[in-house]
Ligand binder design. Structure first.
Ligand code: ZN
Length: 87
């Protein structure tokens, strides 16, 4: 499903913040519309069209940053837990 098709289905506002997106080419500005995949293939799920939405480049990017940050924090927590658990 293309950006235009998603725009027709879901409107021209960002999935995350609800603010209007920029549809001008090239779509490389922070407020440009980009396709957000709500299910990641890393979770073992096949990417399905019904889970595609449009979001700002900046919202998409920031969401990914927070998720990576959370993953790193979890990894540190696991390491700390393992260190304590050692005999
Ligand atoms: Zn947004």
């Amino acid at each position: 499903m293309s950006v235009q098709a998603l725009k027709s289905s879901f409107g021209s506002n960002c999935h995350w913040c609800g603010l209007p997106m920029d549809f001008e080419e090239p779509r490389s500005k922070p407020d440009s519309a980009t396709i957000e995949h709500l299910l990641d293939s890393t979770l073992g799920s096949v990417r399905k069209q019904k889970y595609r939405r449009l979001a700002h480049v900046i919202c998409n990017h920031t969401r990914n940053e927070f998720r990576l940050q959370a993953e790193r924090e979890f990894q540190r927590w696991i390491e700390a837990r393992q260190a304590v658990g050692k005999p």
